[in-house]
Ligand binder design. Structure first.
Ligand code: CO8
Length: 256
């Protein structure tokens, strides 16, 4: 399957998805969302794939939703475009395999919202972050208002959302938006190293740790802890036994 706006590279158990519309700084349009959903349905769902990386080609990760596509939309069409993006990013958040954002450059508006939907974020020293929607008379439409305050805190989120100030990678790290800042030529190596590391772990445990952590944000502490107990128990006798037995025998676990 070939895509117009995405380039896929498989490296063993890791699928690298690069957004490839550098002439428009990888602005996110309807075609992008259609193709991203197709990748999640097809290539990413292959049982050999254990972890995904999303990055951008050129000087941007993504400079936001495509302003040229949005400019003439009416209220109903604007809301539909928001819903398409929200549903796609929710799928990324809930996808049963980890998805790492490797932020090579501008991550603005919808591009920053895509990054926030991923499980964690690595940034090049060259990356720039911001929610510039108010400059356009808009607000974030891909759940950025919700994710940014949960990822950071209400004060940091409102500072960025209200001023539309662009911040650098060091500031994004300080605010907890990104987990690591790397030299530009080290970004993809580190993303791949971490993805391969995750791919070596128990696949059921990885899927469950993502789900329990993610769903826990939307539950009370008590409900989240109960879900953890249930999922913890479900690993006994199968993948958990494989991993613990291998440890006791000083062997590498064979998860299959
Ligand atoms: N949409 C469409 N085209 C874009 C976008 C974008 N978001 N960003 C950049 N481009 C295009 C430019 O128009 C330009 O095209 P052309 O060469 O044909 O003129 C090309 O990319 C290169 O851009 P610049 O020449 O501007 O490059 P610079 O290096 O000078 O500047 C910036 C880089 C600072 C990133 C600048 O391009 C910029 O400010 N871009 C817009 C950033 C922005 O406002 N993003 C937010 C968009 S709104 C949004 O994301 C809302 C999300 C929720 C939507 C919900 C649905 C309703």
């Amino acid at each position: 399957m070939s895509y117009q706006q995405l380039v896929l590279e498989k490296s063993g158990p890791v699928l690298l998805v690069s957004i490839n519309r550098p002439e428009a700084l990888n602005a996110l349009n309807t075609k992008f969302f259609e193709e991203m959903n197709q990748v999640l349905d097809r290539e990413a769902s292959d049982s050999e794939i254990r972890c995904l990386i999303i990055t951008g080609q050129g000087k941007a990760f993504g400079a936001g939703a495509d302003i040229a596509e949005m400019v003439d939309k009416n209220e109903v069409e604007g809301a539909a475009f928001s819903k398409l993006g929200q549903d796609t990013f929710r799928r990324i958040e809930q996808y049963p395999k980890p998805i790492i954002a490797a932020l090579n450059g501008f991550a603005l508006g919808g591009g920053m919202e895509l990054a926030m939907a991923c499980d964690f974020r690595l940034a090049s020293e060259k990356a720039k972050f911001g929610q510039p929607e108010v400059n356009l008379g808009l607000i974030p439409g891909y759940a950025g208002t919700q994710r940014l305050s949960r990822l950071t805190n209400p004060g940091t989120a409102l500072y960025l959302l209200l001023t539309a100030e662009m911040i650098n990678a060091a500031d994004a790290f300080q605010y907890g938006i990104v987990q690591k800042v790397l030299a530009p030529d080290e970004l993809m190596d580190e993303a791949m190293r971490l993805a391969q590391l995750i791919a070596e772990k128990g696949p059921k445990a990885v899927e469950k740790v993502k789900r329990v952590t993610r769903q826990g944000f939307e539950l009370s502490f008590k409900e989240g802890s109960e879900m953890e107990t249930k999922e913890f128990g479900s690993l006994f006798g199968n993948e958990g036994r494989t991993g613990m037995t291998a440890f006791l025998k000083k062997e590498k676990p064979n998860w299959k």
